[in-house]
Write a protein that binds this ligand. Structure first.
Ligand SMILES: *Cc1c(COP(=O)(O)O)cnc(C)c1O
Length: 361
């Protein structure tokens, strides 16, 4: 059975070798005679999986010792609530930087718990650029500043970590974590739903600076309390064990690939090839984002003649390119090219796009 090149935004492609290992040990995991899905999360065999995954993630991201790494159930949007519950600590406001769909959804959820100050917004540019930090209007009383380094739907991304005064910088890295090295020490909290660039859906990785633990509001559900989860190894209740195990295999795969610097180099090449094809098409294909802010993970593009969209998508699918349809908010197409998308997949897509252009242009 042939596998397609999968450009899904999320849940997204996983490395083939990881899926093969999962398949090979699905029924009898490490001689236990049962699947890793079927064993206790508290037994020694699974505890080893959990610890190895954390150790590998710490090594990959060079996470400083003063940070806790949590493997929690729920999605990125669960963190939209957990952040204010854990970080407000009696304060009444938080800063949010709005750069597209997800940062605004995060702010709206935050608004249920506190006053959210829009420190900056890219809305005026149609989210085609990241507002310059020099113009950000931060609230000196804000408990934290939340931003989204890579906007999955708008395809717009920060170029580097913003320099701001707030000591508690919070980043939703759902669609960019592990795509390049990042200086974790700059952040209070980094979180990422697993289903884009880590592993299967149902798991969220939260990296939280130690001094931020123990501040949860009294009504915080036990399983939402960062300190409680840190104390019990993310096992305040049953964690998503299968997703945790698969994510651990992905971490090992990333180490085999040479780590995040090596991934960043490949990711940059992949994105450059795609944007060059778009930009050199003489307007046949278009991407609306200012070049310095273009995402290297999610590449939205439109056709000058949208009546060709359906034909493009149909022909792409029959040529083995899966899930290129754009988000409904943006229309057109979107190619998500996370770590697991091989460069050969991008090369093949570029060939297809050039071919389609010369046939229909
Ligand atoms: C996909 C996505 C989300 C939503 O994730 P869920 O796990 O479905 O809650 C949030 N933020 C970003 C940046 C995303 O890409």
């Amino acid at each position: 059975m042939p596998r397609v090149y999968n450009f899904s935004a999320g849940p997204a492609a996983l490395p083939q070798s990881v899926l093969e290992q999962v398949r090979d040990e699905l029924l009898d995991w490490q001689g236990v005679g049962a699947s890793v899905m079927e064993i206790s999360h508290r037994g020694k065999p699974f505890m080893e999986v959990a610890e190895r995954a954390e150790a590998d993630l710490r090594e990959l991201m060079a996470i400083p010792a003063g940070y806790q790494v949590l493997f929690l159930a729920g999605g990125a949007q669960t963190q939209f609530s957990m952040l204010p519950l854990n970080l407000l600590d009696g304060r009444e406001s938080a800063d949010y930087v709005i750069t597209g769909h997800w940062s605004e959804v995060a702010r709206k959820e935050g608004e249920r718990y506190c006053r959210t100050n829009i420190a900056a917004s890219g809305e005026d540019s149609g989210f085609a650029a990241i507002p310059d930090t020099a113009g950000w209007q931060c609230d000196p009383q804000a408990a934290y500043l939340h931003y989204t380094p890579n906007e999955t739907i708008h395809g717009v991304a920060f170029d580097g970590v913003p320099e701001i005064d707030n000591a508690t910088l919070v980043a939703d890295m759902t669609s960019s974590i592990l795509s390049e090295p990042v200086d974790v020490s700059r952040f209070g909290v980094i979180y990422a739903g697993a289903q884009k660039n880590i592993g299967p859906a149902g798991l969220t990785v939260v990296i939280v600076r130690g001094d931020l633990l123990g501040r949860a509001a009294p009504q915080t559900p036990k399983v939402y309390d960062y300190r409680r989860q840190a104390e019990v190894g993310s096992m305040a209740n049953t964690p998503p064990t299968f997703a945790w195990y698969v994510s651990g295999l992905v971490f090992r795969w990333l180490k085999e690939q040479g780590g995040l610097a090596a991934m960043a180099a490949v990711n940059r090449r992949k994105a450059d090839k795609l944007y060059r094809t778009i930009d050199e098409s003489g307007g046949f294909y278009r991407n609306p984002v200012d070049p310095p802010y273009r995402s290297r993970m999610n590449v939205p593009f439109t056709l000058a003649d949208p009546s060709l969209d359906e034909t493009f998508l149909r022909e792409a699918e029959s040529s083995g390119f899966y899930a290129l349809k754009g988000h409904r908010a943006m229309g057109g197409m979107r190619a998500s090219i996370y770590n697991a998308m091989p460069e050969a997949g991008v090369d093949a897509l570029v060939d297809f796009m050039k071919h389609f252009h010369s046939n229909k242009g």
